[in-house]
Design a protein around this ligand. Structure first.
Ligand SMILES: Nc1ncnc2c1ncn2[C@@H]1O[C@H](COP(=O)(O)OP(=O)(O)OP(=O)(O)O)[C@@H](O)[C@H]1O
Ligand SMILES: [Mg+2]
Length: 300
């Protein structure tokens, strides 16, 4: 199947079944040759299966996949692709320097080892045995392996799970830099603030199907309305009865009121409790939009 003009990934009716379980159900995805796409979805939604199918690690039950215009797993596309798998396993006895050097040898024009060690904050760990590294340090080595080849396309499957805040920021910076350099990044994450901070486009999967696929601002806008945060003596039940309230959540001494119409809810709130204080009105986050997309799907 030829690649669509400017597309690095193009799947048509991609389906993967494990016995009676359908992990991917007629998935149609086109990914262009730049930008960061985040694939979101609850556990078991099919995110990792999609990545494995694109890499040729598993065979589709039916449907087609084009990677750089070729079927998955071909050497030419592998040489243009970097991968950080969710369950990566590397030999314990090699050092980060040895692992990264080995991976660099698979690619035609790799980055410099020292640059990648530096970017991934591995310089001081370069000569330690991989088996003696901490979980987060191992993830950093796996990330380094995904980028050492200077690939056009990078898959990152839950790259920041278990990373400390500084390391997560380091990884975000490198991912942004990759995209600025015109690379294509596909990442999965359960941290919605990560998708919000990084991705140009969001794909939401549920039970093997794509249930939303749009630029990040459009996905965020799906939640609509606003969130009013305040301290009030009103009960949750009373707040629910205010005009246009969608949901109410207690967070410590604050309540967070999700509303369709901030003006009418605020008016009602202040009429009912003139002492409501520490008022903040904010736009819904990607998290609210995601909850709504999944919730709508479950009701359908
Ligand atoms: N090797 C396998 N054999 C049988 N079933 C599998 C296999 N791999 C995945 N599955 C099933 O396919 C479905 C999708 O799994 P997948 O790993 O793609 O989910 P995911 O979206 O990556 O989830 P998570 O967020 O937990 O990583 C699940 O129902 C899972 O049980
Ligand atoms: Mg997964």
């Amino acid at each position: 199947m030829p690649a669509l003009e400017g597309h690095v990934i193009h799947t048509t009716n991609l389906t993967k079944k494990y016995g009676k379980n359908t992990a991917l159900n007629n998935v149609n995805i086109e990914v262009g040759n730049s930008g960061i796409t985040a694939i979101l979805g609850e556990n078991g939604a099919g995110k990792t299966t999609f990545i494995h199918a694109c890499l040729g690690l598993i065979k589709a039950t039916h449907g087609q996949i084009s990677m750089f215009g070729l079927p998955p797993g071909k050497l030419t596309s592998r040489r243009r692709t970097g991968v950080m798998l969710q369950d990566a396993d590397l030999p314990d006895l090699l050092t980060p320097r040895e692992h990264i050097t080995l991976f660099a040898s698979y690619y035609p024009a790799p980055l410099s080892l020292d640059d990648v060690l530096d970017m991934c904050k591995l310089t001081t760990l370069a000569d330690k045995k991989y088996g003696k590294l901490s979980g987060g340090q191992k993830r950093r080595v796996q990330f380094a392996l995904a980028i050492i080849g200077n690939p056009d396309l990078v898959f990152l499957d839950e790259p920041t799970t278990g990373l400390d805040t500084d390391t997560r920021r380091m990884l975000w910076d490198v991912v942004r830099k990759l995209a600025e350099d015109g690379r294509t990044v596909i990442l999965t994450t359960h941290y919605l603030e990560e998708a919000d901070a990084l991705a140009d486009r969001i794909i939401v999967m549920n039970a093997g199907e794509i249930i939303a696929d749009a630029p990040t601002p459009e996905i965020r806008a799906l939640a609509g309305g606003a969130i009013i945060k305040c301290v009030t003596n009103l009960s949750v039940k009373a707040i629910h009865k205010l005009p246009d309230v969608k949901s109410v959540r207690k967070t410590g001494r604050f309540v967070e009121i999700s509303t369709q119409n901030q003006a009418s809810t605020l008016q009602g709130l202040l009429a009912a409790d003139i002492n409501a204080s520490e008022l903040v009105v904010k736009k819904p986050s990607l998290e609210e939009a995601f909850d709504q997309i999944i919730h709508n799907q479950e009701q359908a």
